[in-house]
Design a protein around this ligand. Sequence first.
Ligand code: FAD
Ligand code: SF4
Length: 511
Amino acid sequence: MHKTLRLILGDQLNNSHSWFSEINPDTTYVLMEIKTETDYASHHIQKVVGFFAAMRQFANELSTLGHNVIYFDFEHFDNKHNFIDNILLLVEKLQITQFEYQLPDEYRVDEIIKSLIKLLNIPSKSFDSEHFFTSINEFGEIFMGKKTYLMESFYRKMRQKHNILMTGNEPLTGKWNYDEDNRKKLPNKHYITPPLTFQNNVNEIVSLIKRKNIKTIGNIDASNFIWPINRTQSLDLLDFFVKECLPNFGTYQDAMTPHEWSLYHSRLSFSLNTKMISPHEVIEKAVEAWQNENLKIEYNQLEGFVRQILGWREYMRGIYWHTMPTFAQLNFFENTRNLPSWYWTGNTKMNCLKHSIQQSLNYAYAHHIQRLMITGNFATLAGIHPDEVDKWYLGIYIDAIEWVEITNTRGMSQFADGGIIGSKPYTSSASYIHKMSHYCGTCYYNKNLKVEDKACPFNSLYWHFHHKNESKLKQNPRIGMIYNTWNKMEENTKIAILNKAEEYLNKIEEL
Ligand code: FAD
Ligand code: SF4
């Protein structure tokens, strides 16, 4: 008799997958809470809890529907705490004749499954995860023979291929990109509807984490866990987003303030990355909301959102599979410095960093510009080793899974890829941070000063970074202006700025 074992990974909680369209008594599904997954990074406690809670609910739903499900919780007596030994054990115990799995999103897990398959003496079969718009190889096909991988061309191809916001082969409004309308600072005294959060009771999982000494970072309210842990909650969050946030999403997409932690962002990344909801339905729902005249959503808000999901998210996945494992080794600037320890506590006098980090520790969340232009920007300017930066981003965010974390961190934010993803490093001095946020007003440092006492560290570090990396960057046509300005400065001014930056770097732990 044919007996199949199907592995469901923690980020494959897709109940619309064709696997589940029929109930087969000879098929067993397995999900597992294992040490190799809790220990490969210092995860935020909300990330571990979020994954375990969502996996448990998913397993229960499948069982209720009548599927055979084995759930290895962390303390299950048979749990060997790694994929390979657990699968080998089940294959033997259940006399399995075929092993099946959905293609993993992470290179690391893909390698583990390849090793497992070599050890199995039964046939195995892979399936698409039926979640993304693009297949793993599609990116390579789109950019075949091209020297650069422009996100904009990728995005336009996706719009055309999937007929999203199109009329025939042309963009619906005649214009592809509304980015220039989408860069406003939050006005003072601007009211934002409080974010929809959930009150999930996760005391049991939090006790487990403590009991088993699973090393985590960050804070949690175990009686009111705020993140969606099932499809129903994910859909509620999507519904809240399109009604309450989408009308202002694009306009304030880049804005930052110490008073709000999620502004008009969707906070759908955890639901999306665990596949509790699909990018197709998220886009459909956003388009539907825009078509609903009562909601009065302008087109630039919608396009900005669609660009993130259909553009950036699929593009990052394409880059990941096209460039791994090399991508994880790239260190274009040959940086060596350690990440300051205050990244793990938020104990710094720099207000922008303090708020972005403390918020990340409290919610396992920061929005894109906080990740890119505050924590990422500082790490780039200070010359932190990209491995250190990756480790931090991979741990601290609830949505951090390597395919989307490393491409954003090592690529977009740190420019450690030398320009595979971005055409120039995303760096700035205090002027951009002040332009887009309300952090500087109450900061210990002075945003207007470069070299004086209490001068904002971003100001001298910005020039120090460009000076230090001139040979690597000066040919970049998008950076020429910066070197023109630098070269026009008095020699004494330049020396004072570089000295100030060195002073700050030497006492980076005290900043
Ligand atoms: P929204 O602002 O509401 O955007 C909607 C959706 O678009 C997101 O849920 C996400 O799925 C997608 N999206 C937006 N920007 C990107 C992007 N650059 N790449 C891929 N998808 C995008 N995203 C992750 O999902 N996991 C990560 O580990 C991660 N690490 C990051 C690290 C750095 C240094 C930076 C700069 C960005 C990172 N991002 C990551 C991308 C982005 O910041 C998050 O997707 C976003 O902040 C999640 O919040 P949201 O759901 O409220 O997003
Ligand atoms: Fe950040 Fe400098 Fe502004 Fe302070 S003054 S909040 S350190 S940019």
